[in-house]
Design a binder for this molecule. Structure first.
Ligand SMILES: Cc1cc2nc3c(=O)[nH]c(=O)nc-3n(C[C@H](O)[C@H](O)[C@H](O)COP(=O)(O)OP(=O)(O)OC[C@H]3O[C@@H](n4cnc5c(N)ncnc54)[C@H](O)[C@@H]3O)c2cc1C
Length: 804
């Protein structure tokens, strides 16, 4: 018995050492004490065990010997299995920095650190801009006119863009822009997106990756002083052209070229580039006056030096130069923002046209990646979140107003399910949008998080708009001025495709770059392995590798402990309702980090080709982040109890998504036995999570169906209107009217002992008034409700369709 207790104590101590990632010396001492205690208890020292301990202790604790006998050999092996990293990949990995993603990759996220970050907030000036010019701009937009009649924004909208400097949100005040925070920039794009996708894309492009941002970071003083004020006032319409027929996701493979040569510019001979390009899909290109172009620079005549192949270079080319071709348009799924091809043949540009001047020749890829690390976290996530807010507001209202089988369709369980997804996902997208914008405003440049945001907010958009269309049935399908959904739904693939097409983002970027960027040791090991300084490489690699091993063992021990105990002992902030989610996220963080480490160890460079596996690891990392954002938003909003259904739905959905991803990793792990062993550690008692339950879904759906503070908070900054003639205002008005009429309808049904239906509605109102069941005011209310509800469900009719 005492032997059993002794063994249990030893296991517990070793487990604790592993759990807390104790240093090697602590392990050595602990095992020494255990061997001494064993010898003392049994009066016979375990000689062989002592000998093994001494050899291992010396070998592992004496670093020069450890390097000589172990690490240097592992370094040779590591160099062989190291994924070949191209220059373009290395630049993408180096771009930006890490933030909360790095914490999630430790297996023990520091929740206090997350909660201590300030709640993102708009300044008074930014709020005034939203309440004034943005509101006015939105109100003036008629998306049907834009997408069906004009195929462009109306001249008055372009005028407002100029007057209120919508193109200058990221341009500092000293250059005539607004100098807005990332949060304000995101909120403006989001709000416009709830009114018109075409208008939102038009406004968002000059404020995201393009001439403005590139000039801000890399422009010469002259370029900044000249162009930025003109861009802010939209006197210059910018676009940025990278993509071409042969250049899509593999954006580094540019065939477009620029040859260093002498040429004539404004009557003078000067050195410059003769540039030729063939680009397509370029937003704003048809109306651009300033064309940002990425090309590969060559110096075959050695006018600049010895090097011939100079690398990707970025230039700003005025579109009135001879040889520049713009003006033709694509039709991106009937969205009416300007988009088209641009071509140039032997266009001579002086070096002054290079962004940042000659010092940035060949630096184009780095410049683009650095800007993408930030920009990708703002525009498209804003558009996706806006879609969620708009869908929540209008679908909730429609599901209340539209009745079938004499019941509001929102009360049917099937419809509830769709409404719950819309509400829960919108809360989560908004939380992630705000958290990330706040991080950007504190100077972080989290490139992995920006990829997570881009992917999940645009996929979220696809889901919520699909659900919204389903709930609207034919009302969503029939296009026309009354339809406030179909154009956004149609445009979903645009957001899915741009700034890193989603399949690629999920299967290559989020984990592929995230693992290297956010992992506490991997990048250090890779840097050491690729270092030319062999002595330093050996020391650095040894240090990183042993810390990494301790880290992996710790996460294995933590995963098992947290799995067996349901993580109930894990320290967690929050309140009674949310504490368990912090705990489960800590558990999943340990499981993710441990399985990711084993995956990287077993697959090495092969991981790059295992995109399905990489995508599942990416899903885990993403949902760890998204659920963290949800919990943080709940705290930032002061823990409103009414928001809890949304918070819980989003957290439960994320946990379930993580579990699905983990299950996929374990089941498809290339070494089956390793997959099975990992399962024992990370899911020791089976699968703990289920999708959000029916009752919870009911509460979320209910929240969308009736006006409330929680509904207003969820849909804050979605464009709304009180005008019953406005497409959105019509639905808001009908919702209020329907709810106001409900008790009166009930009174009428009770009084007449008859059930109201569309066919007898007006007749029963007349009868009720005649028999004094209703007074005149109540009868008028019901007659009006009947008309308002009919107007809200009506779709457009046309005498003739275009082209008929
Ligand atoms: C409306 C619109 C506006 C745009 N605006 C601009 C602009 O202003 N400037 C500009 O330069 N470009 C712009 N683009 C181009 C956009 O960035 C590209 O469309 C995008 O990079 C994808 O390239 P592609 O369309 O050629 O798709 P492809 O690269 O051919 O990809 C097709 C599919 O294959 C997937 N895929 C590719 N490689 C991999 C991989 N290794 N692993 C997994 N999946 C992979 C992709 O995810 C995608 O689903 C715009 C595009 C659109 C549609």
């Amino acid at each position: 018995m005492s032997g059993l207790i002794f063994a249990l104590v030893v296991i517990a101590v070793l487990w604790a050492l592993a759990y807390f990632a104790a240093p090697l010396l602590a392990w050595t001492v602990a095992i020494g004490v255990a061997l001494w205690a064993y010898g003392f208890h049994y009066h016979s020292p375990p000689v062989v065990a002592w000998a093994v301990l001494v050899v291992l202790a010396v070998l592992l604790n004496w670093r020069p010997l450890r390097r000589l006998l172990i690490t240097n050999h592992l370094l040779v092996w590591f160099r062989k299995v190291l994924p070949p990293i191209s220059e373009t990949e290395r630049i993408a990995i180096d771009a930006g920095n890490t933030w909360w993603d790095a914490d999630l990759f430790t297996g023990r996220p520091d929740w206090k650190k997350l909660l201590a970050t300030p709640a993102p907030a708009l300044s008074d000036e930014e709020q005034a801009f939203l309440d004034g010019p943005v509101e006015e701009f939105c109100r003036s937009l008629d998306d049907w006119q834009i997408t069906h009649e004009l195929f462009d924004l109306p001249p008055a909208a372009w005028e407002q863009i100029r007057k209120h400097r919508f193109f200058g949100m990221i341009i500092p005040k000293q250059y005539g822009g607004h100098g807005f925070s990332a949060l304000a920039h995101s909120t403006v794009v989001m709000k416009i997106g709830t009114r018109s996708t075409s208008a939102a894309v038009t406004v968002m492009v000059p404020n995201s990756l393009g001439p403005g941002e590139l000039l801000l970071h890399y422009g010469t003083d002259e370029q900044k002083s000249y162009y930025l004020p003109r861009l802010a006032r939209a006197e210059e319409i910018p676009c940025f052209a990278l993509t071409g027929p042969y250049v899509g996701s593999d954006a580094g493979a540019l065939p477009d070229n620029g040859i260093v040569c002498k040429g004539m510019y404004q009557g003078k001979e000067t050195l410059g580039f003769r540039v030729s390009w063939d680009k397509r899909y370029i937003t704003l290109a048809p109306v651009a006056t300033l064309l940002g172009v990425a090309f590969k620079a060559y110096d075959p005549d050695h006018l600049l030096g010895d090097k011939e192949d100079l690398g990707i270079t970025l230039a700003l080319i005025p579109t009135n130069l001879p040889g520049v071709e713009i003006g033709r348009r694509h039709n991106p799924l009937n969205s009416a923002f300007m988009n088209g091809p641009t071509r140039g043949k032997d266009v001579f540009i002086p070096f002054d046209c290079l962004i940042g001047g000659t010092q940035y020749i060949g630096q184009g890829w780095r410049m683009l990646m650095n800007c993408l690390a930030v920009g990708r976290a703002i525009s498209l996530p804003a558009l996706g979140t806006g879609a969620g807010k708009h869908a929540s507001r209008v679908t909730g209202a429609y599901a209340q107003v539209r009745k079938q089988f004499r019941v509001s369709i929102g009360k049917f369980e099937g419809v509830e399910e769709a409404l719950a997804r819309i509400g829960g996902m919108t809360y989560r997208m908004d939380a992630a949008r705000r958290l990330t914008a706040g991080a950007l405003d504190r100077g972080e440049k989290p490139s992995v998080l920006s990829a997570i945001l881009k992917y999940h907010c645009t996929e979220g958009m696809r889901q919520v708009l699909g659900d919204a269309m389903d709930v609207h049935g034919g009302r969503g399908v029939m296009m026309g001025p009354r339809n406030y959904l179909a154009r956004g739904y149609q445009a979903v693939p645009v957001s899915i495709t741009v700034e890193g097409a989603n399949i690629l983002t999920r299967s290559m970027i989020i984990f592929g770059q995230g693992a290297i960027r956010a992992h506490p040791y991997l990048l250090k090991e890779m840097e050491a392995a690729s270092s030319e300084d062999h002595a330093k490489a050996a020391v650095d690699f040894d240090r990183a590798l042993f810390a990494h091993v301790g880290f992996t063992i710790s996460n294995a021990a933590r995963s098992l402990f947290l799995g067996l105990t349901g993580a109930v002992f894990s320290p967690a902030p929050g309140d009674a309702a949310t504490r368990r989610y912090y705990r489960q996220l800590s558990r999943m963080s340990a499981a993710f980090t441990f399985t990711a480490d084993v995956g990287l160890l077993m697959l090495g460079g092969e991981m790059k080709r295992r995109e399905k596996l990489s995508a599942r690891y990416g899903d885990m990392l993403s949902h760890l982040y998204l659920a963290s954002a949800v919990l943080k938003q709940y705290e930032d909003h002061g823990r409103p109890p009414a928001d809890l259904p949304l918070v819980e739905w989003a957290c439960q959905d994320s946990l379930y998504a993580m579990q699905q991803a983990l299950e996929g990793i374990l089941r498809n792990f290339p070494a089956r036995t390793v997959g099975w062993l990992m399962r024992l550690l990370v899911l020791p008692l089976g699968r703990p999570y289920a999708p959000p339950g029916d009752r919870l879904g009911h509460h979320v759906a209910k929240l969308l169906l009736e006006p409330s503070d929680a509904r207003d908070r969820l849909t804050r900054y979605a464009f709304t209107s009180a005008d019953p003639k406005d497409p959105v205002g019509r639905m808001e008005h009908a919702l209020k009217q329907t709810l106001a009429a409900e008790p009166v309808e009930e009174k009428l049904q009770q009084g007449l002992k008859k059930r109201l239906a569309p066919a007898n509605y007006l007749k029963l109102v007349d009868e009720g008034e005649k028999k004094s069941v209703l007074d005149a005011r109540e009868a008028a209310l019901l007659r009006e409700t009947y008309a308002v509800a009919r107007d809200a469900i009506d779709v457009d009719e046309f005498g003739k369709l275009r082209g008929e």
